[in-house]
Design a protein around this ligand. Sequence first.
Ligand SMILES: Nc1ncnc2c1ncn2[C@@H]1O[C@H](COP(=O)(O)OP(=O)(O)OP(=O)(O)O)[C@@H](O)[C@H]1O
Ligand SMILES: [Mg+2]
Ligand SMILES: [Zn+2]
Length: 482
Amino acid sequence: MSYYEPFSRKYRPKNFDEVIGQESVVRTLRNAIKLNRISNAYIFAGSRGLGKTTISRILTKCLNCEVGITDKPCGKCENCIEIDKGSFPDMYEIDAASNRGIDDIRNIKENVGYAPIKGRYKVYIIDEAHMLTREAFNALLKTLEEPPPHNIFILATTELHKIPDTIRSRCQTFIFKSPNKSEIVKYLKRICESERIEYEEKALEILAEASEGGMRDSASLLDQATVFGEGKITVKSVEEMLGFIPVSIIDKFFNYLKNKDIKNLITVINSVEKSGYDLNIFWKQIIEELHNILVDLTLGKDNKYFTTEDIKELIYIQTIFNKALIEAKNFPNPKHIYQLAVLKLKYLNNIVSIKELLEKGINITTKSKDKNLKEIELKEDNGKKSLDYILKEVKSKLGGVVYSILKSAKIEEREDSFIVFVNKSLVKTLDTRELSNIFGKAVKIEPLEEKVEKKEDKKDESVEKVLELFKGKIISYKKKNN
Ligand SMILES: Nc1ncnc2c1ncn2[C@@H]1O[C@H](COP(=O)(O)OP(=O)(O)OP(=O)(O)O)[C@@H](O)[C@H]1O
Ligand SMILES: [Mg+2]
Ligand SMILES: [Zn+2]
């Protein structure tokens, strides 16, 4: 039986040119090599499968290639080949997860005193360096402080914050970035092309997305997809492999969503689960589709389920659905969470924006308080505007908030001015210049007397309105601090 080498290992970049992404790491290391400014201690930080080990090995080759120190190692000399294989005697790959203790570091320290066996530099790649014990770090610190020449340390870690500051300050740190989708696709294409695997571009995109940012994971998925699709990578086979829910079901869901047909939405969820699909994957697809729809609508493109009118509501739905996904991950039965999310849509019609709320509040206030509020009636026959008329103008020019304040204020007309009495806290919110223009006379704002204010506080109109709209009740009072 022939030995099968997984893609992720087979296609490990062998030189800087083959590395995808990680530009700043690569550029800095290349320059350091060219300028002969190699640091003796590096930290390579970043999540799994982003190229920390890969770049450590490339750097080792750069320093030990028989051609000479170079940022383009030959890849053919004995040293290069041994480094690629992981058998080069001057490259030490130490797994700190299983060699955490001070003795392990002591071994390194002893070794550091000897000259390299074959190459120019000895390179110690300490993987999962954050796992070292405190004593081990302390022991390492001394070595990093007085480094014997021709020894280079690379501390690779997925958890940079666990590396003590004392160590960090003696190392040059590189943060490895997660590749974006197109970088992963580029990598997968490279593999497909060199393996002569037929592929659909979209299928590679789906794999890239499913690998959630890890290069190694994407290669493993490609491995799997090649076997699953019998040598061909198609959207259909990839989706099937990943347990994606057929488009027809997603389509059904969105049709019901459009009509807020809660009953049938729940039926879809139930049947997806019954068919043996992973509900979390289903929900992720729904969220992805919802996101695409929202982007389209925002760009002014209508779509087959919704129009731009629905944006506000869809954003709300998206919030509910996103929350459900997070909750479902920590919940034994995700179905219940998703059913609940759908049930919440029933109350969507009751969502009122703050603006609407204020306006609704105002209308009702107007009706109930209209008569007793009007302290003065302005005579129209004198060529003056009526107070009603003025207030309408206020509403259209200054908005509902100012209008509602004035509507419940006590207004007195004087010879050459209007005095508007409002709650003390509201005095500063009104712009007298704007009001004077609309009233046609100088407007002065005065605070209501303390006694009146307290009385008003108790029966706060707007609070009453909110209570009525939301069918709520007051559970506690807080003192206002002006
Ligand atoms: N930047 C990259 N460009 C191309 N391929 C990459 C890149 N990063 C990772 N890979 C691929 O992923 C595989 C794993 O990468 P590597 O072993 O370097 O990851 P790592 O960061 O050391 O991960 P871990 O934290 O798990 O040790 C490589 O063999 C290679 O195939
Ligand atoms: Mg590694
Ligand atoms: Zn070489």
